[in-house]
Design a protein around this ligand. Structure first.
Ligand code: ADP
Length: 496
């Protein structure tokens, strides 16, 4: 008997990846295609919609070509995607009216100031779980309609809006389904996460006609068939989910109180809060984790702006290391940082500080401080920042997790993971497949077609690789955290 194959597409900010998994969640092949970033003005970030489509198609075709007979055995596929990035295209032709405005793009910051002036911040927070920011899709979509004079065409039903999941489904599937899943919808700042629908008051406030919005579906549900033009055979498109949401699922964080942290360029930490939407007082985001079989699971989310990016800085700007991997051996070559603390707030501090004027700080340097101490202090800063997030999530939810599951490029660093366990005082669990985002998309798709009858049947396919247990004494842990918080205070307000 042949093994069923699941195809996952992970459409990220800098590259598109396709991964084939067997039905036990093991990777059979993987291929990634990078594409160009466009920075037309300081603070602006755009993608060419054609580049997104081309890179996804190429990634799928190559990943499929690497496995014998793959096309014949693929039973379902899923998409997971960079979130919030906004696209608008013509219903009649599929042509986008402008480049994709990427989540990182700050061009609509003035719209957000207006939200505050209009006294709409609290309403938005209550309805969408989000803190109003240029990051989310609503102001980007409003900007496109305003600046290109498209309100009338949108009212006439000539235009479609979508995040990347929606855009890919429409363009790659037969009969152009115009859909998005609830996790992606929850990042638009237009979706009422309690009532599970586009919010009329917010649509009116932003001037967005509902006609142009996608239909909201579950995260695991057949929505169409991938066009046979791509791999010579139609494939059921069975799941859509935002990348961090798919990673939470791919880490099997199915129960309330389970947490995952992704260590990439920045860090994204999500805690499953179950069927209840927890509104945090610590300025964290409440979001839809996923919707399965008509039931919504919520999460609370926080992010660190600079994590792995600080390691890139050590390599590319400081020249203190020649590769990210080297940081581990170097940090382990000294017994501690010799009292050095680094706060890598290159672009300000996110949760729980929210100080956009904080700037990078290295403090505690003495005549004996060397390269290894600095590198170690930078790695430790990633763990300290994650601990601050974890603490905020614990305070916000009132739940202390039993452990924290980790993934992302920098989770390969054993020193960092051990230090995280020490400073957080809970075990850190690293899975065998650190491609948890793609795995999540594949598992959602498998669930949609009944390959896994219940979510519980999936747990065994998320295998652990290592567990790092805390070894630091409580006294040392609190002394170090005190020093870290002192360093953070000294970094604050610097650029004001
Ligand atoms: P993203 O998806 O945000 O691009 P990845 O998950 O691919 O990020 O992780 C890449 C990041 O991880 C880079 O910022 C890199 O500096 C960091 N990184 C990769 N390997 C290591 C390592 N062994 N130790 C520390 N950081 C690492």
């Amino acid at each position: 008997m042949t093994t069923p194959i699941l195809l996952a597409v992970d459409q990220g900010t800098t590259s598109s990846r396709a991964v084939l998994f067997d039905d036990a969640g093991r990777i059979l092949s993987s291929h990634s295609v990078a594409f160009k970033q466009h920075y037309p003005q300081p603070g602006w970030v755009e993608h060419e919609p054609e580049d997104i489509l081309r890179s996804v198609t190429e990634a799928i075709q190559t990943a499929v070509s690497l496995v014998d007979n793959a096309a014949a055995n693929i039973v379902a596929m899923g998409i997971t995607n960079q979130r919030e990035t906004t696209l608008v295209w013509e219903k009649a032709t599929g042509r986008c009216v402008c480049p994709a405005i990427v989540w990182q793009c700050r061009r609509t910051a003035s719209y957000v100031e207006k939200i505050e002036k209009d006294g709409m911040s609290e309403t938005i927070r209550e309805k969408t779980g989000l803190i109003p920011d240029a990051y989310f899709s609503a102001t980007k979509l409003k900007y496109i309609l305003d600046t290109l004079g498209l309100h009338e065409r949108a009212e006439n039903g000539e235009l479609c809006f979508g995040t990347v999941d929606s855009f890919l489904c429409w363009h790659l599937c037969e009969n152009h389904p115009h859909v998005t899943d609830e996790s992606n919808a929850s990042r638009t700042m237009l979706y009422n996460i309690h009532l599970h629908k586009w919010d009329n008051e917010l649509l009116e406030y932003f001037g967005i006609p509902e006609k142009m919005l996608p239909r909201v579906v579950s995260s695991a549900e057949a929505v169409g068939m991938l066009s046979p033009m791509i791999i010579g055979k139609p494939i059921p498109m069975c799941s859509l989910a935002g990348d961090q949401h798919a990673a939470l699922f791919g880490q099997a964080c199915f129960d309330e109180g389970m947490v995952k942290n992704t260590y990439g360029t920045g860090c994204f930490m999500l805690m499953n809060t179950g069927s209840e939407c927890v509104q945090s007082k610590k300025k964290l985001i409440s979001t839809v984790a996923w919707r399965l079989s008509g039931k919504t699971t919520y999460a609370i989310e926080g992010s660190v702006f600079v994590a792995g990016a600080a390691i890139q800085w050590l390599r590319d700007e400081m020249g203190l290391i020649s590769s990210a991997q080297e940081s581990e051996a170097l940090a382990s070559s000294v017994k501690d940082t010799g009292g050095v603390y680094c706060v890598p707030s290159f672009t300000g501090l996110g949760a729980p500080y929210w100080d956009m004027y904080s700037r990078g700080t290295i403090i505690g340097i003495t005549r004996g401080t060397g390269r290894a101490h600095i590198v170690r202090a930078v790695l430790e800063s990633i763990a300290y920042q994650s601990q601050d997030l974890l603490n905020a999530i614990i305070e916000g939810s009132g739940v202390t997790p039993k452990n924290m599951r980790v993934d992302g490029g920098a989770s390969a660093n054993g020193f960092l993971m051990q230090f995280q366990a020490d400073i957080s005082g809970i075990p850190i669990v690293r899975p065998q497949t650190i491609e948890t985002t793609a795995l999540g998309a594949a598992l959602f798709a498998g669930y949609a077609i009944g390959l896994y009858p219940t979510v519980d049947d999936i747990r065994k396919y998320v295998r652990r690789d290592s567990e790092f247990t805390p070894k630091m004494s409580e006294d040392e842990r609190s002394a170090r955290l005190r020093k870290w918080h002192d360093a953070v205070q000294r970094s604050m307000d610097w650029a004001k």
